[in-house]
Design a protein around this ligand. Structure first.
Ligand SMILES: [Mg+2]
Length: 194
């Protein structure tokens, strides 16, 4: 496979990889969702890049510094490493269009549902977006994928069970998974059919 055709699974962070809590602001609050590390491991072993894309407006709102966010992501990396895996990148948006102060109070291009994080990761890692899949617990994640023609899977962890899905919507998920592990099984089963 040449480097320009790499496929990625873009995973939302909170409610998809780690348990959703309102404004996760401390490294020791990070808890992996059961099966998430196994899902990431299996996808990577099958040649998928796994890239986290996460809105972190807690930074704009002043609840969280970028240093603490970095410590949170280090903690996430340690928990994944303990289970034998890692992600290929973490992209976050620290902005909010109307809350907080400069430089974070910004109508940016990266806050989901805008696709800036996907576009940046695609440039950095030579990802073919149309062959890639976004997995998240919010319709917002599905909308983000739809804007750049990526495939999409909604997980029922986090806020996912409470989202009212319109399967006729343009940004409807292709599959609704119980969790990230179920999503990865679905992806790898579909790979096996091709
Ligand atoms: Mg989420």
């Amino acid at each position: 496979m040449n480097s320009a055709s790499r496929r990625a699974v873009f995973v939302d962070r909170d409610g998809t990889v780690n348990e959703e809590i309102d404004y996760l602001c401390e490294p020791d609050q990070v808890r992996l969702i059961p099966g998430a590390a196994e899902a990431i491991s299996r996808l990577r072993k099958s040649g998928w890049l796994v890239v986290v894309i996460t809105n972190q407006s807690a930074i704009a709102r002043g609840f969280l510094s970028e240093d603490t966010l970095s410590a949170i992501h280090q903690r996430l990396g340690i928990l994944l490493a303990e289970l034998g895996t890692r992600v290929d990148g973490i992209y976050y948006c620290p902005h909010h269009p109307t809350e907080g102060m400069a430089p974070y109070r910004l109508d940016c291009e990266c806050r989901k549902p805008k696709p800036g994080m996907i576009l940046r990761a695609a440039r950095d890692l030579n990802i073919d977006i149309v062959k890639s899949i976004v997995i998240g617990d919010r319709l917002l994640d599905m909308e983000t994928a739809s804007r750049v023609g990526a495939r999409r899977i909604l997980v029922k962890t986090g806020y996912g069970a409470g989202e009212s899905v319109n399967l006729n919507a343009q940004a409807a998920p292709e599959y609704i998974a119980d969790d990230l592990l179920d999503a990865s099984n679905w992806i790898l089963a579909a790979d096996g059919e091709n």
